[in-house]
Design a protein around this ligand. Structure first.
Ligand code: GTP
Ligand code: MG
Length: 313
């Protein structure tokens, strides 16, 4: 199971720059608008110190983190819902994402065309919000005027509300150069310098220390993970593999089994569970069992963030 984050924003705001920093995939980055036409898709590991600590106990051959997918989309402009710019195609791509990461330009650079003419985060946020809402409205109207369409989408289990663009979880990221003055939007947001992030990637740990620079990419990845309301559980296969998996908050032990192996959900009988802290404290699986720290759980057990699970099928 993997979840996806769509990188959204006006043209030339740094979407592909961020995508490259996150995924290390070489993509087109240029000073003209609409550089990205077809979406770029990449997978990013979710940083997790707990996984490393568990692995220190088992010293496995393989340590597998969990992932989220990032999709670098084409720039969106005013009127996109009516097909302006790369409009409609773009909006359909957002629909397939689980959450939106919106990049807002807060850097000045005369060489990089600014399609709105000035730095105005508040206004840019509004422009995108309106486009998403207008597109939703258009689809709702189309459904209302066509009862067959409405029935069809209901029978396919596509409850329209869930799929509304304007209802998707969203994270705002101001791409700033640290110099440009702008009005801070009254919305929770992250601030990063995406161009610097690309450069930081090239530095050694020592260079980073000497220059006193620190990447914020991990922080951003975790923010994306959290906004999706996801939790992580772990599995251990002896000295072979220690692995992290993603689950929706509130899901049960059999559902977690289904993530590990398609068979496991149906065949689930029970599971043994221990929190990662407990195991790291005790330092040994066998000892944890002897001390009665492994809890046997049934089908109704709601998995908790940080659980280490052994499935019994
Ligand atoms: N000064 C400065 N330039 C940046 C920053 N981020 C991106 N740029 C530059 O802005 C231009 C556009 O960056 P992209 O990452 O291609 O922007 P985009 O949002 O993907 O653009 P489209 O695909 O055209 O919508 C490039 O020339 C980047 O080098 C930044 O933080 N500061
Ligand atoms: Mg781009």
């Amino acid at each position: 199971m993997s979840f996806s984050i769509g990188i959204v924003g006006l043209p030339n705001v740094g979407k592909s720059t961020l995508f490259k920093a996150l995924t290390k995939i070489k993509v087109d980055i240029a000073a003209y608008p609409f550089t990205t036409i077809h979406p770029n898709v990449g997978v990013v590991r979710v940083p997790d110190e707990r996984l490393d600590k568990i692995a220190q106990i088992f010293k496995p051959e393989k340590i597998t983190p969990t992932i989220i997918e990032f999709i670098d989309l084409a720039g969106l402009v005013k009127g996109a819902h009516k097909g302006e710019g790369l409009g409609n195609q773009f909006l359909a791509q957002i629909r397939n994402c689980d959450a939106i990461l919106e990049i807002i330009r807060s850097f000045e650079n005369p060489d990089v065309e600014n399609v709105t003419g000035k730095i105005d985060p508040k206004n840019d946020i509004e422009t995108i919000k309106v486009e998403l809402e207008l597109k939703d409205l258009e689809i709702e109207e189309r459904n209302l005027s066509s009862p067959t369409k409405l029935l069809q989408s209901k029978s396919e289990g596509k409850e329209e509300k869930e799929n509304l663009l304007s209802k998707k979880p969203i994270i705002y990221l101001l791409n700033t150069d640290g110099k440009t003055q702008y009005q801070v939007p009254k919305i929770k947001h992250l601030i990063m310098n995406l161009k610097d992030e690309l450069e930081i990637l090239e530095l050694s740990d020592l260079e980073k220390k000497e220059l006193g620079v620190k990447s914020k990419l991990d922080q951003l990845i975790l923010a994306c993970y959290n906004i999706l309301d996801l939790i992580t559980f772990f599995t251990v296969v002896g000295q072979k593999e220690t692995r992290a998996w993603t689950l929706k908050n509130g899901q049960t032990a059999p559902e977690a089994g289904g993530v590990v192996h398609s068979d496991f959900q149906e065949k689930f009988i029970r599971a043994e569970v221990i929190s990662w802290q407990k195991l790291v404290e005790t330092g040994n699986w066998k000892k944890a069992r002897e001390l009665g720290q492994l809890k046997t759980v049934g089908k109704d057990y709601i998995v908790r963030d940080g659980d280490i699970i052994e499935f019994k099928i």
